[in-house]
Design a protein. Sequence first.
Length: 291
Amino acid sequence: MKKSYLLIHLAVILAGFTGVFGKLISLNEGLLVWYRLLFSSIILFLILKLMKLPSAIHFRDKIQIGKAGLLITIHWLLFYASIKYANISIGVICYCLTSFFTAIFKPVIDKEKFKISELILSTLTLAGISLIFHFDTSYQLGIALGVVSSAFAALYTIYNKRLVQCFDTKVINYYQMAAGNLCWGAILPVYLLFFKTDSIVPDLKNTAYLGLLSLFCTVGLYVIFAEVLKKIPAFTVNLTYNLEPVYAIIMAFLFFGESKQVNLAFYIGLSFIIISVMLQTFISLKKVKSS
């Protein structure tokens, strides 16, 4: 269990870089996501072949895995759009709402009772986000996209937790990336008619960034993510991911010099998020020891 918690924090650090790459890559969010899916599919295909892992599964199972792939594709699209229309800080902080949506969606989907502790901790996170934004309305579109993005991230986590109990995580991620690539690739031409771009093919610099994003922040991240879901509850995983803004905002200040004003409300809000993560981790570990 301790190893799983260490792995999830490694995944959070890798996740912190996704916003940085989203800012560095000059392609619009539609192309960025499609290339990320393409590169990730190729890398995972090579991994499956090199490791000689059996990837043949029933067509019905491929469809179920593919559905989760569509959820993560939509999440990425909205997440990067949030960054493009606002900034890294807003994009990653909105992602904190994933735990809030998980606490709401999971009991409904799995037909369980709502957990009061999860709702309280999610409210604490929500209060922290409100303080960080300080009710800032200057990036309304970016914030709205980020909020919807976190809802799809929550749905992905809930459905993915079911899949990891039955299939190898690398096989799951391969079919998810492939399904997202094919489905979004079919829609992309129409998307580009409305959201025009100067270049469709990435240059050498963007290709290098996309390669790093796909290898470390997609394949590495989501394989770790799927492995951790085998032992840690979906809500706890999503709540731990609330630490991502801590890393991402630091990176944004270091690499981009984002001029977001850091005031007392910012530090109080960030502390709320960290406290909610620490409390949920403590509760989860206590449950494991008592079981």
